[in-house]
Design a protein around this ligand. Structure first.
Ligand code: HEM
Length: 113
């Protein structure tokens, strides 16, 4: 099989990298800019370049549940607490299959009550 001019022999193990695809200008405008609004429901998203829950027949059956759960948890947290990032922390990435901040995500948390 040939994909974009590359020959893929039968039996090859093919993986897709979110990390690389999310940084490609052809899929995301200004890919290195922190812009959560690009993921708003009505924004145009490249269909096959954004697949956190995978795509196709074996994609995540918990996707809708996970998205609702995340909204509820975030809403509850922001209703009850104010968050302030510790300004001294670095923004280096720790790459361990999934990506996370190297120095964790240190916050000051203030109760709103
Ligand atoms: C942010 C949360 C979640 C993410 C990012 C996520 C992501 C994924 C991905 C990428 C797959 C495909 C794995 C593959 O290709 O082999 C998958 C499959 C699956 N997920 Fe999730 N998932 C999440 C939450 C959930 C929840 C909450 C449930 C259940 C309540 C769930 C149940 C499943 C199941 C059963 C499969 C296997 C589907 C199949 O093979 O037909 N997931 N998930």
């Amino acid at each position: 099989m040939t994909v974009c001019g590359h020959n893929i022999p039968a039996g090859s193990n093919v993986q897709m990298s979110h990390y690389i695809m999310a940084r490609m200008e052809q899929f995301f405008k200004n890919p290195l800019t922190f812009d959560p609004e690009r993921f708003l429901r009505d924004e145009d998203k490249p269909l096959y370049a954004y697949f956190p829950f995978s795509l196709g027949t074996r994609s995540c059956i918990g996707q809708q549940f996970a998205l609702i759960e995340a909204r509820v948890i975030l809403a509850k947290l922001y209703q009850n607490y104010d968050f302030k990032l510790d300004p001294t922390q670095s923004f280096e990435i720790l790459d361990q299959l999934t990506l996370k901040p190297k120095g964790q995500c240190m916050n000051y948390i203030y109760s709103r009550q």
